[in-house]
Design a protein around this ligand. Structure first.
Ligand code: KIV
Length: 281
């Protein structure tokens, strides 16, 4: 059951833990996906840089550009009316400093219609600069895919006392810097629960257990459209990839055997003389 909010805003999302409500976030990359997620009543639609992998076919998220992200944010914007629209800042768009970060974030807001941006990593100084420019920021800790080379692969983070303490300290610093929410990706459930208990802003988990204030899944994982990888934290609610393939096979079969199109799927010219015979037997 969707909650009763008519339009999801940043303050509404931030206050979700106080209301005892769990946030629902899903990614989307184009107009029909944005519209479908919005109509399903999710709270937040994230145009994730996972675009690079699940839509553009790259092996990781590093290659996707500002222009590509912006193009997709604009498309999703046209489909989302109620949910909060968050744009993910791609690798290289905020890494050289606050000025570059603010300039790029403003493009997502002004040109793309995003209401907030998400940035990966423990970068409170960038969060503070963005918030100073009136851009709400969703932070992201744990497995941050833009750090794939530094981390040595897509691995669970925050295991062991030192790594755990680092995540706890970074989460506090990001909240202090003004982030309105925090994604926790692939960290032990007990750590995610501890972070969630300590922060006032909502945590949104992916592979971070049930103790977060909300959950997010990638559209293509949730619907069974991504066939290459199936992380353990993904629950598939549909097998649309398999269904799409079977449907296209049926279409191909109908074309090859002359069953498509039927007369009802064709146009006639009532002024023309009736045609003798059929094109196909
Ligand atoms: O890019 C993305 O889809 C994300 C989510 C997994 C949080 O960052």
């Amino acid at each position: 059951m969707p909650n009763e909010a008519k339009k999801i805003t940043v303050p509404w999302a931030t206050a979700a833990p106080e209301r005892g409500e769990r946030l629902v976030m899903v990614t989307a990359y184009d107009y029909p996906q944005g519209r479908t997620a919005d109509e399903a009543g999710v709270d937040i639609v994230l145009v994730g840089d996972s675009l690079a992998m699940v839509v553009l076919g790259h092996a990781d998220t590093l290659a996707v550009t500002m222009e590509e992200m912006l193009h997709h944010v604009k498309a999703v914007r046209r489909g989302v009316e109620r949910a909060l629209l968050v744009a993910d800042m791609p690798y290289g768009s905020f890494h050289t400093g606050p000025d570059e970060a603010v300039a790029n974030a403003l493009r997502f807001v002004k040109e793309g219609g995003a209401q907030a941006v998400k940035i990966e990593g423990a970068r409170p100084e960038i969060v503070a600069a963005l918030v100073g420019a009136e851009v709400p920021v969703m932070a992201h800790l744990g497995l941050t895919p833009q750090s794939v080379h530094k981390l040595g692969g897509f691995k669970v983070q925050g295991r062991g006392a030192e790594a755990r303490a680092e995540v706890l300290a970074a989460a506090a610093a990001l909240e202090e810097a003004g982030a309105f929410s925090l994604v926790l990706e692939c960290v032990p459930a007990s750590l995610a629960a501890e972070v969630s208990g300590r922060l006032h802003i909502p945590t949104i988990g992916i592979g971070a257990g049930a103790g977060c204030d909300g959950q997010v899944l990638v559209y293509h994982d949730l619907l069974g459209l991504e066939q290459r990888i199936a992380p353990r934290f993904v629950r598939r609610y549909a097998e649309q990839g398999k269904e799409a393939r079977a449907a296209i096979e049926r279409f191909a079969d109908d074309v090859r055997t002359g069953r498509f199109p039927s007369p009802a799927e064709s146009f006639e010219d009532p002024t023309a003389a009736p045609q003798a015979g059929k094109l196909y037997g």
